[in-house]
Write a protein that binds this ligand. Structure first.
Ligand SMILES: Cc1ncc(COP(=O)(O)O)c(C=O)c1O
Length: 363
């Protein structure tokens, strides 16, 4: 009998990251004996009667949890969010057209770089001058832009869009990799939403892409079969072999989210976790949060220490208490705590207690 690790850890990893324990249990079982079939999920064909319902239920659960209308199609694709940086402009942007992009940090910049391979890019708003510690407020979008691209949550900078530019006059495309299904948004107002599954939605290896099918079919380039969204829609995400196990883990995570009460319920918990963390941060002068308060991410909170020489010791305290993933991204340093859907409030409580204790000791 295989057992889950007993050691209690607080997993603040930025991605791949914490998933519900129930998901690990069910996923493990499926490797040994999938749905009492006597077969492992790793050895069944994707077009079998065993796997087809997995894909169908996963797609339906996304529709249900996001309350999508019938124009929006749900796909599970390979290649991570990074493939979407290229696939979106390839499918939506003609060479002589322009697309509007917001420049909010590392991930937005990667999307911009790829879009330039297919057409023109205008920067509709940028927080570069603020060192990406804010979200741009007054966007300037050409009415002829093929679409506006935003990164709803910048995983490294620790910023998040709280006022979404819903009525910007052009189709909206959003990279939601690090806050997908963490809060209630008007999902039907987005024309494309994409997210690597490995933060809020499951294991690495699959990408959720939600598309309003009305935005497709407008480019005049010839698209490779595998990169044309219309083919994936037609084949219901079975154009080629899907990442079977990763789709199954996504399904288990979606079922868990539904059981928790869905997006509205998880948003309440996420709000409570973020409030507890940021209230503590603001009350302790030893710690500094560089992000503008109104643009702080509820998923990835970044902070540094007023006295940089204390950072190593604080990190040691975190390690000692079984807190993993607290170190900041290698490009920015300091600390980053990721508070994705599956992270319990208790983990944030444990961290904030540790911060207070550290502040008293060093204060
Ligand atoms: C906001 C955002 N976009 C895109 C990516 C890239 O995702 P992938 O590694 O799945 O290509 C990441 C990865 O962390 C991310 O945080």
């Amino acid at each position: 009998m295989i057992e889950l690790a007993q050691q209690i850890l607080h997993n603040f990893n930025a991605g791949p990251s914490i998933l519900p324990k129930e998901v690990f249990k069910d996923a493990s079982r499926s490797i040994l004996n999938f749905n009492d079939s006597g077969l492992s999920i790793l050895e069944i064909g994707h077009r079998t009667a065993l796997f087809q319902p997995v894909m169908e239920e996963a797609r339906n659960l996304v529709k249900e949890l996001m309350q999508l209308d019938s124009d929006h199609e749900v796909l599970f694709l390979h290649g991570g969010a990074t493939t979407q940086f290229m696939q979106v402009p390839m499918n939506l942007l003609n060479e002589n057209e322009l697309a509007a992009y917001t420049e909010t940090g590392t991930w937005a910049n990667k999307a911009i770089k790829e879009a330039k391979l297919f057409g023109h890019v205008e920067i509709a708003g940028s927080s570069k001058e603020d060192n990406f510690t804010t979200i741009p407020k007054n966007l300037s979008i050409s009415p002829t832009a093929a679409y506006l691209h935003i990164t709803t949550n910048e995983t490294i900078a620790g910023t998040q869009w709280h006022n979404l530019p819903y009525d910007c006059g052009v189709p909206i495309v959003a990279d939601m990799s690090s806050d997908i299904l963490s809060r209630q948004l008007d999902f039907n107002k987005f024309d494309i939403m994409y997210a690597g599954a490995q933060k809020n939605m499951g294991a690495a290896g699959v990408n959720l892409v939600v598309i309003n099918k009305n935005v497709l079919g407008k480019v005049n380039r010839t698209l490779p079969t595998i990169l044309d969204y219309r083919n994936h829609i037609k084949e219901e995400s079975m154009l080629n072999t899907p990442p079977v196990f990763a789709v199954y883990v996504a399904l288990l995570t979606l079922r868990w989210l539904k059981n928790e009460g869905g997006v509205t319920a998880i948003e309440k918990i996420n709000n409570a976790k973020a409030k507890l963390f940021y209230d503590t941060l603001d009350a302790l002068p030893l710690f500094i949060g560089p992000v503008a308060r109104e643009d702080r991410s509820k998923m990835n909170a970044v902070f540094v220490m007023k006295d940089e020489t204390l950072e190593k010791e604080f990190m040691e305290w975190c390690n000692r208490e079984g807190m993993v993933g607290v170190k900041g991204h290698r490009s920015v340093g300091g600390f980053r705590v990721s508070m994705y859907n599956a992270l319990p409030l208790e983990s944030v409580t444990a961290l904030t207690e540790l911060m207070k204790e550290f502040a008293i000791k060093k204060g």
